[in-house]
Design a binder for this molecule. Structure first.
Ligand code: FAD
Ligand code: NAG
Ligand code: NAG
Ligand code: NAG
Ligand code: NAG
Ligand code: NAG
Ligand code: NAG
Length: 669
């Protein structure tokens, strides 16, 4: 191992030649350590016969347009000699699209795909990274909501029941359209009273029944000993048995990125790091007919016209609404400190090591101290636990998990777990803002906002609101129902936009539309990757379940440049390499793929939303920042000042994911 260590020291400063020199020896060691199985390769004619039965493994694809190419579609940037902000109208625009969608979360990305497939020319603008908002911070469940079922039945509410059934249908659609990112997960409800057993069982059977042909698997009861067998960590005291039901589990931010990229593949223009600052009004009618948007990276501003503008900005809906309301399209200052439409509530999740939960079965806590439910789920080889529900008075720019909430989750978990639940086991923690909404037309217009406790007009499902000057807002709902929400808002947008009537648009096709990564995916992909490329189980599983049929592109890059197969965090990390260095399957090749194909602009885009390492193990992600910055600097020709800046930003961001104690919930990047 001494040779191994000295090569590492050599490459510590990461000069390009030193890297190349080092990798010759390093890859030899590293690859046998963690990437490849033993290299016994024999090919045979019958292999070929087998291969022809399956979708092909595609090793290269043309790269999508670069950011510069995409920006050029927006026309020339605003110059100083142009009109002042207050006097801008849609006539000043330098480019035009049929439809502009603001917000690149689940809903905005889904709507962009839907609209583009119907035949509209769509522009999607996201101020941060795709899925950087609520959409990357969910519980990752594609579910109908068992708990809403209880309400539906006891309050005999048809509306509640419809909501559950709608979500169950959408759950099936996610599992079908992105099979590589979603899976069926059995979840155990531990039962401590005999009378609860038939009660919960009836409820779960009804859940299956309402899912109809979309039912994933049927619910069943487990004896006490079977339950403890499955859940080794579970405290058996007082336990009567367990009830198992099924829901979908998916990789939320990868799903979102796939949605946006699928829209792009079909012709939509999608851009992250573009902040919409103003809505452009038509000179005479004062209707919303475009946007002024700022490129966060360069500061350049663009004026773009459109026949219709949709706001899918989640917690920020009030800001865009205030732009629609004002005659010059500028926002009302401070509106986010006093929101009217959105009733924000924060939800925290933590990630724990895998031994906190069974490997292939989740646990539902139906009896938390304050009456909510909490999930403990196996996710990406770790355990996801949450969520809390804390009402907020304003919309935080960058919500972070507070120490109090982290401890709340750990306390609930301790009720179930035999061994001690420790704070230092928390690998990562984060907070998302639920955009619960109320219908603005039902809110009295006079007052200066409303008290948070007021739930007047609060809607449980999603809401589409046509503002007086034409902006169409879609908000609420949940990840699971993004597709249906997108269909609904695009239906309504087409109906309310006269320009679209003459366009001969197609019907919605997203219910059965494979996302990228799913087109040539089948359930044997992991096995075929492992066989064809001699990958280890962990790496083949990681690549097939995150990139689907795109995985061979990453793997073939290992062949063309051996640097690509090294794990991130190894080279510029001053720590001695140990078994920990190989614990995560995130390679330089994966990073380079994401730079080329998935619009990564900042180290955090990759570490938090493409490969999820920051969500899985924030300390490990911290160790990788230097490597990621080096490779990105190489790609984007960053100078030292830019490198220092993004390194610092990345460290600050990831530090707040459960590493440092956050006492102030409104921290920002
Ligand atoms: C703790 C928690 C757990 C959840 N668990 C689940 C679950 O298990 N299953 C489920 O189905 N749902 C779940 N949800 C709900 C789900 O996450 C949300 O409903 C969904 O992600 C909302 O997506 P969105 O696109 O509406 O909003 P967001 O994802 O917030 O997207 C809005 C985007 O708009 C952008 N934006 C805002 N202003 C501007 C501007 N001026 N210019 C450009 N861009 C702008 C933001 O940067 C943001 O990316 C959960 C939510 C929370 C908070
Ligand atoms: C090819 O594989 C088949 C079936 O596995 C085997 O019977 C045959 O002997 C192999 N041929 C060669 C040349 O290895
Ligand atoms: C905007 O237009 C009005 C009237 O046309 C004019 O009086 C005003 O000076 C303009 N404002 C700026 C900042 O150019
Ligand atoms: C989803 O992706 C879009 C664009 O790809 C991005 O703008 C948006 O923020 C993402 N949303 C979530 C919730 O991940
Ligand atoms: C719920 O939990 C509390 C303790 O937090 C316990 O006293 C109570 O019996 C539990 N109720 C049921 C129905 O399990
Ligand atoms: C969208 O419109 C089509 C055609 O009118 C209709 O069949 C479909 O149900 C609508 N979708 C939603 C979600 O309302
Ligand atoms: C639902 C889900 O989490 N699916 C996959 C996400 O990606 C990891 C690998 O990185 C898989 O293990 C999960 O099964």
């Amino acid at each position: 191992m001494s040779r191994f260590r000295s090569t590492l020291n050599l490459s510590h400063k990461w000069s390009r030649s030193a890297t190349l020199l080092a990798t010759a020896t390093l890859t030899a060691t590293a690859s046998t350590l963690y990437l490849y199985n033993n290299q016994t390769t024999f090919k045979n004619d019958s292999d070929k016969q087998f291969a022809s039965k399956f979708p092909p493994l595609i090793e290269s694809l043309p790269s999508p347009p670069t950011r510069e190419e995409l920006l050029s579609k927006l026309g020339t940037p605003l110059s100083n000699s142009d009109n002042s902000e207050e006097n801008l109208t849609s006539k000043d625009a330098k480019s035009k699209f049929d439809l502009i969608i603001v917000g690149g979360g689940a809903v905005g990305s889904g709507a962009a795909l839907d609209a583009q497939l119907r035949g509209l020319n769509v522009l999607l603008l996201e101020k941060n990274d795709f899925a950087s908002g609520t959409s990357s911070k969910s519980t990752k469940m594609a579910h109908g909501g068992v708990r809403y079922l209880e309400k539906a039945i006891f309050q005999l509410s048809k509306a509640q029941l419809d909501l559950v059934i709608e979500a169950l249908n959408e759950r099936a659609s996610i599992l079908n359209n992105a099979p590589h990112l979603a899976q069926v997960l059995p979840i155990t409800i531990p039962v401590y009273k005999y009378w609860q057993l038939p009660y919960f069982y009836a409820g779960c059977l009804m859940y299956d029944l309402f899912a109809g042909s979309q039912a994933l698997r049927y619910s069943y009861i487990m004896t006490k000993s079977n339950t403890l067998d499955k859940h080794k960590q579970l405290d058996g005291e007082g336990l009567v048995g367990g009830l198992v039901y099924h829901d979908g589990l998916f990789n939320d931010s990868r799903m979102n990125v796939s949605l946006a990229l699928t829209a792009e593949k079909h012709g939509a223009t999608i851009l992250n790091y573009m902040d919409v600052k103003q809505l452009l009004k038509d000179e005479t009618s004062l209707k919303t007919k475009g946007v002024r948007v700022q490129d966060i990276e360069t500061g350049s501003e663009y004026l773009i016209a459109a026949d219709a503008v949709i706001s899918a900005t989640g917690p920020y809906s009030d800001l865009l609404l205030s732009m629609d309301k004002s005659s010059n399209g500028l926002p009302e200052p401070n509106i986010l400190n006093n929101p009217r439409m959105v009733v924000p509530s924060g939800g925290v999740h933590v990630v724990l090591p895998e031994w906190y939960c069974a490997k292939d079965m989740g646990l539902l806590d139906a009896n938390t101290s304050d009456g909510r439910v909490m999930f403990f789920l196996p996710w990406q080889g770790k355990v996801l636990a949450g969520t809390t529900d804390v009402p907020l008075s304003k919309i935080p720019e960058n919500p972070v998990a507070t120490e109090l909430e982290i401890n709340d989750i750990l306390k609930e978990l301790q009720h179930y777990v035999k061994f001690k639940v420790r704070r230092e086991d928390v690998l990562s923690a984060w907070c998302g803002v639920r955009p619960l909404v109320r219908d603005p037309s039902l809110i009295p217009q006079d007052g200066e906002g409303l008290h948070v406790s007021s739930t007047q007009g609060l809607v449980r499902n999603h809401l589409i609101y046509h503002a007086p000057n034409g902006l169409i807002t879609i908000s609420g709902g949940k990840w699971t129902t993004y597709r249906e929400m997108a269909e609904d808002v695009i239906n309504q947008t087409i109906n309310s936009t006269p320009e679209f009537k003459t366009k001969n648009l197609k019907n919605c096709v997203t219910r059965d539309f494979k996302l990228i990564g799913a087109e040539n995916f089948d359930q044997t992909l992991q096995a075929r990757l492992a066989q064809t490329y001699q990958l280890t189980d962990k790496l083949s599983s990681h690549l097939s379940s995150n990139y689907g049929d795109r995985a061979p592109i990453i793997i073939s890059s290992f062949k063309s440049n051996q640097d690509n197969m090294l794990p991130l965090g190894l080279l510029s990390n001053s720590n001695k390499p140990s078994y920990k260095s190989f614990d995560h399957q995130f390679t330089i090749g994966e990073l380079k793929y994401c730079l080329k194909y998935e619009h990564v602009r900042h180290p955090v885009d990759f570490l938090a939303r493409r490969c999820r390492l920051a969500f899985l193990d924030s300390k490990a992600a911290l160790n990788c920042i230097d490597d990621v910055v080096e490779i990105m600097a190489d790609e984007f020709k960053w100078d030292q000042a830019k490198k220092d800046k993004v390194t610092l930003e990345s460290k600050n961001f990831i530090q707040k994911m459960g590493i440092t104690e956050n006492l102030d919930p409104y921290g920002s990047l």
